[in-house]
Structure formats: structure tokens, C-alpha cells
Ligand binder design. Structure first.
Ligand code: SME
Length: 160
């Protein structure tokens, strides 16, 4: 249904711009939040290399609850303030973690994960979810990834 074949040397800004367009195309006219979170997760997985986990945790009450994702099975509930995801939820700030072993309280769902990027999804009512990306490569994510995923998160806020 959706194929993406990036050039080998595609820059990150171009990659994330293509990802954002794909998100808009694939969710056009669809209002179901679970379907949209599932397809956004699948697109992230397709577009962004070197991931071992990509998906959503939804903000429900004062905790995060696992949403649609790709990767190994993950912990279901994360209280705000705990782990990388809970820190992003509590602070509303993107968490860019080059080495998860150096992050106090990191929650190891997949022991292969070495670096992580968590982006809050903030709508008009406040925090709705976080998007969590894990990589087995240390230092996999940089500011360009954070900027690109911030755009995806802004789109997601209108779709979930
Ligand atoms: N590592 C995350 C937990 C979620 S899994 O990586 C899918 C954290 O510390 O919050």
C-alpha cells in the first residue's frame, strides 16, 4: 500500500519531510486514533533506519499506557516522571538520550536498545501521548532527528 525507497544519501531533513508527507497522505480523512497511531508507527519504522522499537505511549491520567508500536513487546504502564518516556511526559520536553545506560531510571523494555528519542505529542488539551524511538546503535539520534520527529508529533496531535 505504501512503499518508500530512500536514496542512500538522503539527508535527515529530506527524510523527515518525506515522512511528514507520508503521514498526511496515509491518514487523510481518517479520524480513528488507533488506526492513525498504528500507521504513523509503521511509517516511522519504514522511513527511519536502525530502529528496534517505534511507537506510542498514550497519556491517561497520571501515567503513560502502551499504544500502537512496532518492535518487541514492551512494558504497558509508565508513571509520569519515570524512565525516558515518563520524563518526556512530565516535562513536556523532547528527550534525546545518546546512551540509555547513562540515563538514571531508564526502563529497559528491550535490552538491545542503546539510544532513545522520545517526543511529546501535545494538543490543545495538553499532553496526549509520547512517540518513543529506540535504536540498538549508541548515539543514533541527533538534533535533526529531534526536529524531524517534532514535526511528526505536531501532525500526530491532530490525528490521534
Ligand atoms: N525505555 C523507555 C521505556 C519504553 S521502551 O523503550 C519501549 C523508558 O525508559 O521510558
Amino acid at each position: 500500500m505504501f512503499e518508500f525507497m530512500p536514496e542512500k544519501d538522503t539527508s535527515k531533513p529530506l527524510l523527515y519531510s518525506a515522512l511528514a508527507k507520508a503521514v498526511l497522505n496515509l491518514t487523510a480523512g481518517e479520524r480513528d486514533p488507533v488506526a492513525n497511531m498504528a500507521n504513523i508507527s509503521a511509517l516511522i519504522w519504514q522511513f527511519i533506519p536502525e530502529l528496534n522499537w517505534a511507537g506510542f505511549y498514550r497519556a491517561l491520567g497520571d501515567e503513560l499506557v502502551l499504544g500502537p508500536f512496532l518492535g518487541k513487546p514492551a512494558c504497558v504502564r509508565i508513571p509520569f516522571g519515570q524512565g525516558v518516556c515518563g520524563t518526556a511526559a512530565a516535562s513536556g520536553a523532547i528527550q534525546l538520550v545518546p546512551d540509555v545506560h547513562e540515563f538514571p531510571g531508564h526502563i529497559a523494555c528491550d535490552t538491545e536498545s542503546r539510544s532513545e528519542l522520545v517526543v511529546p505529542v501535545i494538543g490543545s488539551i495538553g499532553l496526549m501521548a509520547v512517540i518513543d524511538l529506540d535504536s540498538p546503535t549508541p548515539g543514533r539520534f541527533d538534533e535533526e532527528d529531534a526536529d524531524g520527529m517534532e514535526i511528526v508529533a505536531r501532525l500526530a496531535a491532530e490525528l490521534i
